[in-house]
Design a protein around this ligand. Sequence first.
Ligand code: NAP
Length: 242
Amino acid sequence: MIDLKGKTAIVTGASRGIGKAIAEKLFEAGATVILIARNEEKLKQLSEKLNNSPYYPLDITDREKVVQTFKEIQKDYTIDILVNNAGITKDNILMMMKEEEIDSVIDTNLKSVFFITKQVLRKMLKQRSGRIINITSIIGLMGNPGQSNYAASKAGIIGFTKSLAKEIGSRNITVNAIAPGFIETDMTKDLPEENRKAMLETIPLKRTGTPEDIANAVLFLASDLASYITGTVLNVSGGMYI
Ligand code: NAP
């Protein structure tokens, strides 16, 4: 069994969906888990479920507040594992896509990963250990019509992951990405039934993924079992992208 006792993890986007499942999984493995998202009520509920885990309501695009919050967190905690999970979609065909739809998706999904990682990096470098796990998407690998903004943000995460892995590997910090396929969460719940059926046809394992499928992959990458893995993109899509 994977044991993360004594480790502290931060999970962004922990209020629901994949991030919530990741937080629960790391907590079950014994880690102290710090929960971050905007929705304070949902964070509070999860915190209560996870033995009063620390939580910080935070909009990850609010740079000043991010700096302040991470300073506060690191007064009390030494971060061993960072999971950059928070993300949004604002789908549109490019001809109709507004600048706001480009900016908000790039800002939330990609720029925040740079910025939040920077906040924990100095201490990880000093500790000479750490795990950084970025949630990208198979859309960043394969593209998708109507999601050029999202695909670009997720492809950006992959380039970031590989570059940082090379930059800080000598300090015993691993940096990896996980590329989920179609996972049942709020993000995917509004897909029309016929599109869902067509999409299922493209998945060799013939089912959609669960948040727990992704949480299992995070647990593995956060564990000692993955200590020689860095700069990789773990595809967790039931074969939807091969
Ligand atoms: P979700 O259910 O919509 O949850 C998104 C999470 O991100 C929420 O906890 C949300 O919390 C948080 N978030 C969004 N904007 C934020 C901001 N500005 N500041 C702080 N937190 C923010 O989506 P999900 O499906 O769990 O997605 C999680 C990650 O997996 C995303 O990066 C997504 O791109 C990726 N992914 C999902 C799928 C899928 O099929 N579902 C597939 C591939 C990749 P608040 O609203 O409380 O702030």
